[in-house]
Design a protein around this ligand. Sequence first.
Ligand code: SF4
Ligand code: SF4
Length: 471
Amino acid sequence: MVQYFHSVKLDREACKGCTNCIKRCPTEAIRVREGKAVILEERCIDCGECIRICPNHAKSALTDPFTRLGDFAHRIALPAPSFYGQFRPETPPEAFLQALLKIGFDDVYEVPYAAEAVSQAIRRYMEEHRYRRPLISSACPAVVRLLQVRFPELLEQVIPVESPMEVAAYLAKDKASADLGLEKKKIGAFFISPCAAKVTAVKQPVGRAESNVDGAFAMAAVYGEVLKHLGRGSAKRPPRRIRAGGLGIGWGRAGGENVAIGKGSLLAVDGIHSVIAVLEEVEKGRLHDVDYLEAQACIGGCIGGPLAVENPFVARVRMKNLSEQSGQKGFQFSADELANWYDQGLLTMSKKVAARPVMQLDKDLQQAITMTGTLERTVGELPGLDCGSCGSPSCRTLAEDIVRGVAFETDCVFKLRDRVQVLAQEVLELARKVPPAMGQKGPNANQGQGGASGQSPPGAVDGSPSGGQGR
Ligand code: SF4
Ligand code: SF4
C-alpha cells in the first residue's frame, strides 16, 4: 500500500470534534469519529482549507525546524514569490533578502527569478503542443493532487513543466557548487513556503522521483526571524540587487502566472472550491477555447497561503506595486540559456503524474456499478439534511461510507432515533407479555374457550394504563 506524506496534521488534544472542517474539505477527506476529526490520508491533498477553518487550531502544517540548516555546509534560502508581499512598503526587497543572510542562510536564490524561466518554458510547451486544450498549470501542488484524486481523466492536460521552486533549487545548487567547488550533497536549498502543499511537494514530489529542495520552512516562522534582523548588524555579504523582475514576482498572486506567460487565451482561477467548479467545466469539454488554465488552491493565489502572514488583499497591492517598480523588464535569461535548460529537461517533469482515483467505489467496473445502485438507494433513505452529526460531511458521503462498509445507517442521528423508537415500541409490547409462569393467563389459558392463541392482536387494548400505544 502506498504511504502518503502529509504536511497537514491534526492535534487530537486540541480537536473538539466540532465538524467545521468536514464541510470545508474539498475532497471529503475528514470524518469525525469518537469525538475527534480523522483525516483519510489517501484523499487529503494538503490544501490547508482545514487549517484555515478550524476554530480550535487543531490543524497545522508540519514544516522543517531551523535546526535542519545544520545538516549542510552551505545553506541557500529559496523565498517564494509570495514572500515579497509580506513586508511593508518601506522595507524594500533588498532589505528582507539581506536579512535572510542574518538568520542562518549563506545565500539567497529568488524563486521568482526561476519563475521567469518557467514562464518561458510554459510558452514553448504550449506552442509545441497545440492539440490539447486547455493545458492546466502544474504550479500549485494542491491542485495537482486534487486532479489526481478527483479529476484523474484530466491529468493528460496538466502541463509537465516543473515548478519555479524545483527549478530555483536546481539552479541555485548548480551555481553554488560551481562557485564554491562544493559537492551538491553538501549544499542545502530550503524553500520559504506559504503553504502545506508545497511542503508536501518537497517531501513527496509529484512528477519527479526526488525534490531538488532539501527542506521547507513556514513563511510565517521565517518572517518573524527576518523582522528581528531587519536593518540590524552587518550581513555576511554586501547588499545585493534584487534579481527577479516584475513578471516573476507577480507569480505570487492570482493571475500573475498568466501575465508572465503573456500569450494565448489564458484563464486564471483561485480558491479550491472555485477551482473545482472550473475543472468540472473542463471535464464537460466546455473550455476548449481556453489555451491555459492557471489554477491556485488559495484565494488570491499564494499570498493567500495558510502559512503566509499578511492579509492577502494587502499583500496583493504590495505585490502589484513591487511588480511595477521592478518593472515588466522582460525575462532575465538569454534565449540560448533557456533553450539549453529546456532541451536538457531541467524545466520539465521527469515522471508522469499518476492518478489516485480514491473516489471510485471499486476498481472493478461491474462491482462499482452495483455499488452505485446501492449508494443511490441509501442516499434516498437518508434525510438529506447534510447536518454533519454523523461525522461525515454530507448524507451522500455517509451513504458512500455505508456502501464501502465503513459506516452504519444508524450513524445518522435521525435514522438512529427512528430505530430507537421502533425498538422502544417493541420493548413496551414485550413488557406487557408477562410469562404465564409468573401468574398471568398464558396463551393456552383460553384453549377450549374459543380463543386461538390468547395473544392480544397488535394495537388491542389490553388493560394497561397506556391503552396499548406505549406512549
Ligand atoms: S488539507 Fe485539505 S484535503 Fe486535506 S483534510 Fe484538510 S481540507 Fe481536506
Ligand atoms: S495556491 Fe500557492 S500557497 Fe496555495 S496551496 Fe497552491 S501553491 Fe500553496
